[in-house]
Design a protein around this ligand. Structure first.
Ligand code: ADP
Ligand code: MG
Length: 386
């Protein structure tokens, strides 16, 4: 069984059996959850993700020719591609496209990317909103940079990984996920200004406060997520244009802005973004002061705003939040783009299992698919581990 051995040992063992040799090294990059700051990224605003202990691990060895072979435990497939395929965005399809995208983004910026054999293992659930895609890109990028001795400053890496996903895979994601996976530090959340791309490490040592972040994967089917995302984005852009600001980040008098907008839906979209940015700033202030428990009401207010104003939650998500709160969580909210995905709740560490069980029981009552859950501690960013 997969769970019997660690992710690093599975990637190394996979490498040995597929490529018939020991890897030159192992590199790991984490998935992430966003503590607070939802749909603020494309409004030039603020986000506060932290890295999960769950990671994608890549075992790798350089080869002399410009060609890449990559195996993943998750698919059991080995995909091989050369420079011509890597240099042609979209040509390598499916999961290996994330790997080819990293090779492409580096080559197109003039870096001499070494050819390589790569074996991937992971315990970041794929497609659950925990950013397995960014973890895969970040692990591969870190491995290739080390193997090739590339002079690649860490602050430039998130944008390179994001470009792989945007322009090679064709997924228009923001820069939060790759920033968290590459730049996170254990025991900290990453405060990211999506306009300036400035980052600050904010202490978030939940364990030391006797707390835990319970992450519930609602397993709710994603409903219309793509179209709804696009329509929220459009509403924000239209509102910014009507308000005469570059982005909703720049609204500084919310009441005045709301009074000047005619459309009730648009007013609520604006109110979510503007108040959510403020909640990120308030959360950062509390964490800087070591007042971890007190962020709970901000998390819960963020959820209410996503539910009532931005309208991106679904019944499974709302039930997980209300049940966690009723079971004693300090605060709870959906995390991620919405329409399914995960919920996080700030709980006393000793209560984690009880709160999770309460959510499971509520789901059973309503006939929802049983949720998965784990307790997350802020983990480290991408690194070489062997
Ligand atoms: P998320 O990033 O929220 O997990 P995405 O849809 O953005 O969801 O990314 C999931 C995709 O990333 C998978 O469908 C697969 O193509 C790729 N992926 C993630 N983890 C792995 C892995 N361990 N092996 C191969 N592909 C993976
Ligand atoms: Mg993703």
């Amino acid at each position: 069984m997969q769970a019997m051995s660690s992710v690093p040992s599975r990637s190394a063992a996979g490498f040995a059996s597929v490529f018939g040799a020991e890897p030159a090294g192992l590199w790991a990059a984490p998935g992430r959850v966003n503590l607070i700051g939802e749909h603020t990224d494309y409004n030039d605003g603020f986000v506060l993700p932290f890295a999960l202990p769950h990671r994608v691990v890549v075992a790798a060895t350089p080869v002399t020719q410009p060609r890449w072979r990559v195996w993943s435990e998750q698919t059991g497939e080995t995909v091989e591609f050369g420079a011509a395929e890597a240099d042609d965005p979209g040509r390598v399809e499916g999961w290996a496209g994330y790997v080819a995208g990293v090779v492409w983004t580096l080559r197109s910026k003039g870096y001499e990317v070494p050819g390589a054999d790569l074996a991937v293992a992971s315990d970041v659930p794929a497609g659950a909103g925990l950013s397995s895609s960014a973890a895969l890109e970040s692990a591969v990028l870190t491995a290739l940079a080390d193997l090739g001795g590339l002079a690649l400053p860490v602050e430039d890496r998130p944008a390179l990984a994001q470009r792989a996903e945007n322009d090679y895979v064709g997924m228009p994601c923001g820069i939060m996920d790759q920033s968290a996976s590459i730049r996170a530090e254990a025991g900290h959340a990453l405060f990211l200004d999506c306009r300036s791309l400035a980052i600050e490490q904010i202490p978030f040592d939940v364990a030391r406060s006797g707390l835990a972040v319970l992450v519930v994967d609602t397993r709710a089917p994603h409903r219309h997520a793509g179209g709804e995302y696009a329509s929220r984005r459009r509403a924000c852009e239209e509102a910014a244009a009507l308000l005469g600001v570059a982005a909703l980040r720049d609204v500084d008098d919310l009441d005045k802005a709301l009074a000047s907008l005619r459309d009730d839906v648009m007013r609520r979209r604006v109110r979510h973004v503007v108040t959510e940015n403020q909640r990120v700033l308030d959360t950062v202030d509390l964490l800087r002061a070591g007042r971890v428990r007190e962020i709970g009401p901000l998390l819960t207010a963020s959820h209410a705003s996503m539910r009532d104003d931005f309208e991106i939650t679904v019944p499974e998500v709302d039930l997980a939040v209300s049940t966690a709160l009723a079971a004693g969580a300090y605060g709870a909210r959906m995390t991620g783009g919405g329409f399914g995905g995960c919920v996080l709740a700030l709980v006393d560490a000793a209560e984690t299992e009880r709160v999770a069980a309460a959510v499971g029981a509520a789901y059973a009552d309503r006939g929802f698919t049983a949720p998965a859950w784990f307790a997350a501690r802020p983990g480290a960013g991408a690194e070489r581990i062997e």
